[in-house]
Design a protein around this ligand. Structure first.
Ligand code: FUC
Length: 794
């Protein structure tokens, strides 16, 4: 029988006790109750591989904690350490070739067009730079080779990674945190016997410049620079220019501490606190004038006199302020008390629905850990990377991956974690304006399918998939989502509108009439349907994105009461964009031509954009197109890479098929697609699937998008729109809905029992369950409870 909270989280009383005070402070109704349901990853062995290590992060400083008893390894990153240097990647004179490219494509000469594109239209250099690993902190504990009662865990609610084991009857404990308030990775080592703490701490870096550590007083310093030339992630013609520094301070209680150039030795101590700070010379994408040493000295000075308890308390409170906004309970079973790696292996058997709740919360945890105001946005690996040549450079691929990272953020009540993405868009509007000019002689800004720390915006790698014009447009729709979820007019005026306008102007200047079309529709191009079919004119996805972008820009201008002429111009353009078409297999066409191959199982499902994250295709608003989208998804099949499953999960949820969405979730949450540490596997590790998974679980529970193709205003709040049979009972608190609402839900045997709506502002909202819809009057900050019949409860 499924049952709610097991008490296995409390097994670790020593972790729970310091949290007790914070637990009581939970505000959302139901949160305190839900706090009993464990949100803990745990294991009976140390990590052998990197994808078994546990991830911690404060948005900037990431750590992977291996948890070895005799040798602890904490591999760490700073999200600004990259190969390369400030650089303008645009290709002077590219725009001269644009008319020929289009002409060749209209004449069906794709190969010639791709060749010309490769020669004259690509980024300089052709490839972008790579995110870099910073270093490793090792702790060696002599004599701890054969521990008893070993346990390693990551508690998502407190953001503390911990290790516990016994050696010769003495219990040793270690906690590792990456603190946002204190901007440091901090390790605490304790034992239940006085004087038993003995270890050596060393710092190394995998960087090819092979920096050696030096002792500066009590501090161990690691100082280096990304090898200027000949670095494995360097690019011809660009001199790498980043410098970096890390500083380590070890404070022991009792015993002795000895600092030498080789490391820090602690002996005979009762406990020790290890403080690690790190920084680079990065100030912004075009400025490397910061001083990493000064940054480290300042950060370490700020915490030098702070005890571990104070640092931990501030860290936990800061994390919980975000994390506790949402709770999700799904039925716990006997399987729920197993170690996390065993649970992943067994999820598809269907006996452990609660793992889906843990996975959902892990995505929220990763967002808090990899994207905080002032940091870089989460890249392909969030902020966690141990390779000098990471897959796809661990940069920002924007033909799905970066956007997917941010799908859960508004919905799952972590709005401020969206900020780094908007900061990046501010930069891209500058570099992308240069590319718009040089490559298209157009106004506004454009971003192709990737960017890096230097905000490259030109087409990279190969013309067949690199020339794709809607990366910036797609990202700009995130600004509109932020506005829809928050109703923040100041944000709309100051941040969103200028970027939406710039992105729209680019298309006002570059859409062209299709000479093959008697209706003279406007189409985009040269472009592609990521990443297949090669260079074309007018892929469906582009048009879905551009229609969405223009509608948001027009609506934003209307709300702000500005740019009336532009609004008229954009409205006229929008109406002329080539529409979605249904093809000979009953499918939603991926291209203007009816050439979809029913046996094509490619991971990208780009033409589904209008279903999710867009909404111009909905079962209620455009039933024929929705049926065609289902046909296309069926043609593509279920099996896919990590992020592709993340997308399909959201798509089936949007199409209202909870059971199909759950089938996809079981494929995603399985050993080949989820690592033992719960990281998503493309494979290899790529974090997008984690975030897509979190968004997808939320999308099963609450939806609030517009229901008619031309609307960009908040839709009805649809409760349990795609609940799978596998989640018969449950409770969620704190999900956000467009229009400025927070929603709590409880259900039993697949039926809603009660919902609570909290509004940011006085007003009303439409709420739907099944086929029933009702208008509910709301008051700012007040809990409005409604029953299964949508009637107000007392
Ligand atoms: C796109 C995808 C790949 C991978 C890469 C980072 O090229 O097609 O699957 O996710 O981005």
């Amino acid at each position: 029988m499924p049952r709610f909270p097991s008490s296995s989280a409390l097994e670790w009383l020593w972790l729970a006790i310091p949290l007790a005070g914070v637990l009581c402070a939970s505000s959302a109704a139901g949160a305190a109750e839900a706090a009993n349901q464990p949100v803990t990853l745990w294991y009976t062995r140390p990590a052998k591989a990197w994808t078994e290590a546990l991830a911690i992060g404060n948005g900037r400083l990431g750590g992977m904690v291996f948890g070895g008893s005799a040798k602890e390894r904490i591999q760490f990153n700073d999200d600004t350490l990259w190969s390369g240097a400030p650089h303008d990647y645009s290709h002077d004179g590219a725009a001269k070739h644009l008319p020929t490219l289009r002409k060749l494509l209209f004449e069906g000469k794709q190969r010639e067009a791709q060749q010309l594109g490769m020669k004259e239209f690509m980024s300089v250099p052709l490839r972008q730079m790579a995110y870099q690993p910073f270093g490793d902190l090792y702790l060696s504990f002599p004599g701890h080779e054969k521990p008893d009662d070993y346990r390693r865990e990551l508690d998502l609610r407190s953001a503390v990674a911990a290790v516990r084991y016994k050696v010769n009857g003495v219990t040793f404990r270690r906690e590792v945190i990456s603190s946002f308030p204190d901007q440091a990775i901090v390790v605490r080592v304790t034992a239940d016997k006085k004087g038993a703490v003995r270890f050596t701490a060393t710092l190394t870096s995998p960087q090819p410049d092979k920096p050696a550590t030096v002792a500066e007083g009590k501090v161990l310093v690691l100082r280096g620079r990304i090898k200027p030339e000949g670095h494995p992630a360097g690019r011809k013609g660009i001199v790498n220019a980043m410098t970096y520094e890390a500083r380590l301070l070890v404070e022991a209680e009792g015993g002795a501490v000895k600092v030498t150039d080789d490391g820090v030795e602690v002996s005979g101590a009762d406990a020790a606190t290890i403080k690690l700070v790190a920084a680079t010379n990065h100030k912004s994408y075009d400025d490397l004038s910061a001083d990493p040493k000064a940054r480290c000295v300042k950060a370490l000075a700020a915490i030098a006199s702070k005890g571990y308890d104070a640092i931990r308390t501030a860290h936990v409170a800061d994390h919980r302020k975000l994390f506790d906004r949402v709770t999700l309970e799904l039925p716990a079973t006997d399987s729920s008390s197993k170690p996390t790696d065993e649970r992943i292996a067994g999820f598809r058997e269907g006996k452990d629905p609660q793992l889906a709740a843990l996975y959902f919360q892990f995505g929220r945890y990763l967002m808090i850990a990899s994207s905080r105001p002032g940091t870089q946005p989460a890249n392909l690996q969030g902020i966690w990377n141990d390779k000098v040549r990471p897959p796809w450079e661990s940069k920002w691929t924007v033909n799905i991956n970066t956007e997917m990272n941010y799908w859960p953020v508004e919905l799952c009540n972590l709005s401020e974690c969206h900020d780094p993405l908007f900061d990046m868009l501010d930069d891209l509007a500058v570099t992308g304006a240069k590319v718009a000019k040089a490559h298209y002689n157009a106004r506004g800004w454009v971003l192709h399918h990737n960017t890096d720390l230097w905000r490259g915006a030109a087409p990279i790698n190969a013309s067949n998939h690199g020339i794709w014009v809607t990366g910036g447009a797609w990202l700009a729709t995130h600004l509109w989502e932020r506005y829809l979820f928050t109703g923040d007019k100041e944000f709309l005026a100051k941040r969103a509108y200028p970027l939406l306008k710039g992105a729209s102007l680019f298309f006002a200047d570059t859409l062209v009439e299709d000479p093959r079309d008697e209706d003279k529709h406007l189409i985009s191009g040269p472009s592609n349907s990521p990443e297949q079919g090669g260079l074309v004119m007018g892929p469906t996805m582009d048009h879905q994105i551009i229609r969405h972008l223009l509608a948001a820009c027009i609506e934003a201008g209307r709300i702000l009461g500005i740019d009336e002429d532009l609004r008229k111009e954009l409205t006229a353009i929008r109406k002329r964009i080539a529409p979605n078409r249904i093809g000979k297999h009953g499918q939603l066409q991926e291209w203007i031509e009816d050439k979809d191959n029913p046996r094509n199982h490619h991971r990208h499902v780009s033409h589904m954009w209008g279903v999710y994250p867009g909404w111009e295709v909905t079962p209620g608003g455009t039933p024929k197109l929705a049926a065609a989208a289902i046909k296309s998804l069926e043609m593509r099949g279920d099996i896919a890479t990590g992020w592709s499953l993340g997308w399909k999960l959201n798509l089936w949820a949007r199409l209202g098929d909870g059971n199909h969405a759950y089938t996809i979730l079981t494929l995603l949450l399985s050993p080949g697609r989820t690592a033992p540490n719960l990281f998503d596997l493309h494979p290899p590790f790529q974090i997008d699937g984690n975030f897509g998974g979190t968004a997808g679980v939320a999308e099963m529970l609450v939806q609030s998008h517009p229901q008619t193709p031309d609307s960009v205003l908040p839709g009805v709040i649809h409760l349990l729109p795609a609940l799978p049979d596998a989640f018969p009972d449950g409770r969620v608190t704190g999900l956000r809905a467009r229009g400025g609402f927070e929603v709590d839900l409880a259900w039993k045997k697949g039926k809603l029992t009660e919902a609570t709506i909290r509004a940011d502002r006085d007003g009303a909202c439409d709420v739907r369950i099944g086929a029933k819809t009702a208008t509910v009057t709301v008051r700012a900050g007040q809990d409005i409870r409604i029953g299964a019949d949508l009637k107000r409860l007392p």
